[in-house]
Write a protein that binds this ligand. Structure first.
Ligand SMILES: Cc1cc2nc3c(=O)[nH]c(=O)nc-3n(C[C@H](O)[C@H](O)[C@H](O)COP(=O)(O)OP(=O)(O)OC[C@H]3O[C@@H](n4cnc5c(N)ncnc54)[C@H](O)[C@@H]3O)c2cc1C
Length: 292
């Protein structure tokens, strides 16, 4: 399929990109890995007059540890995250989630920033970033602002980012000594997108009770969300299989599940309960087994 004609620029710095975006307004679109945007352009569902390619802005790419947090540039690819030794040691939920995305080509080109901004209701990253209580840093013509993951996702393909803003980095806490995490999903076989996916990050106190827990759910509804009802039942308590299963039964409460040719609403809600229980159990096991 051949897209409509558009202009193309590839700024070298973030300032240049912000200026270009501000001066072209909604006629311009940012290009990261292109795995979601280019199909939309070819299908004429998006018709930008200008593409601003972020690929040459090196400050947007990379993984580091700063002030007790993991900082990931928006342009970092799924594969870079999947293979990062720092993350395997200090925030293993991220490489685990990255490894579940699409196929090798998708992971090589697709970026975490592109995925979060695209906000597909079946994307994997939102579940993990919500579970970790991540923050997203945005830069626009008026400067920088930071949003919590729960404030960022507003609906299907809709986020709190303004048309003149660029997502620059994602920050997540470093996993503590007695913490564990897991991501469980049922994938749509053709694309790999989640029919339902549940990411869990749990930390235990010295007595083995649940000190903190974050549960992010994707694929179930029109936007990824945190399963607060389940979290609230578990926080402060000793986590045994019976309590986890009873609590996970609340994973779809208050949610209107999506229905499509891959799964009806009832099946999606069932998957959310089953995968929540499995992911919590796995995360707790990993927290108990942690020697760090
Ligand atoms: C065959 C296939 C299978 C896939 N399977 C999966 C899967 O299993 N799980 C999954 O989660 N995803 C999957 N994806 C999606 C993939 O992860 C995409 O890479 C991702 O959704 C978009 O990232 P991108 O870097 O390609 O962004 P692009 O396509 O370049 O951009 C997407 C959108 O985000 C905007 N944008 C990009 N970067 C920024 C930024 N820094 N600031 C502000 N706006 C920005 C763009 O303007 C555009 O609107 C699949 C895609 C394909 C083609």
């Amino acid at each position: 399929m051949i897209p409509a004609a558009f202009d193309y620029i590839a700024p070298q710095t973030l300032d240049e990109a912000v200026r270009a975006l501000a001066s072209h307004g909604e006629d311009a679109k940012l290009l990261a890995g292109g795995h979601s945007l280019l199909p939309l352009i070819k299908l004429r569902l998006a018709n930008p007059k200008l593409l601003i390619d972020l690929a040459r802005i090196s400050t947007l790419n990379g993984i580091s540890e700063q002030d007790g947090k993991i900082v990931i540039g928006a342009l970092t690819t799924h594969y870079q995250i999947e293979s990062a030794e720092l993350l395997k040691k200090k925030c293993p939920l991220l490489p685990e989630t990255a490894g579940e995305i699409g196929d090798v080509q998708v992971r090589n080109r697709g970026t975490i920033g592109g995925s979060l901004t695209h906000a597909d209701p079946a994307a994997d990253w939102p579940a993990a970033i919500l579970a970790l209580g991540g923050e997203l840093k945005l830069r626009g013509p008026k400067g920088e602002r930071t949003l919590g993951a729960e404030e960022f996702f507003l609906g299907p393909m809709t986020t709190a980012i303004e048309p003149n803003e660029i997502l620059t980095e994602i920050r997540v806490p470093i996993s503590s000594r007695r913490s564990g995490s897991a991501y469980h999903k049922m994938a749509q076989q053709a694309s790999g997108f989640a029919i339902v996916g549940v990411a869990v990050s749990v930390s235990l106190d010295a007595k083995g009770s649940c000190e903190e827990i974050g549960i992010g759910v994707t694929g179930l509804s029109d936007k990824a969300f945190r399963a607060h009802a389940v979290e609230d039942r578990l926080r402060g308590r000793k986590l045994n299989a019976k309590l986890i299963e009873e609590s996970a039964a609340l994973a779809a409460d208050g949610i209107e599940p999506l229905e499509d040719l891959h799964a009806n609403a009832q099946f999606r809600a069932h998957l959310a309960r089953v995968y929540a229980a499995r992911a919590i159990k796995e995360a707790v096991k990993r927290a108990g087994g942690s020697r760090r």
